[in-house]
Write a protein that binds this ligand. Structure first.
Ligand SMILES: [Zn+2]
Length: 56
């Protein structure tokens, strides 16, 4: 995968407190994403990061 891809989080992700990597499907918790910035998949090199978007 080249470049950045954005995934809008939903209520389902909030209930699971994590998200599946768009590249390999491995579940990674939000806490791990914030701490390590990468997917937990053993062979996956995809970086993951969270952003908060505000609106007025
Ligand atoms: Zn992955």
């Amino acid at each position: 995968m080249v470049g950045e891809q954005r995934v809008r989080l939903s209520e389902t992700d909030a209930m699971e407190m994590g998200i599946r990597c768009p590249s390999c499907g491995t579940y990674t918790s939000f806490g791990d994403i914030l701490a390590t910035g990468e997917c937990r998949g053993a062979e996956c090199t995809t970086g993951l990061k969270l952003e908060l978007v505000t609106s007025e």
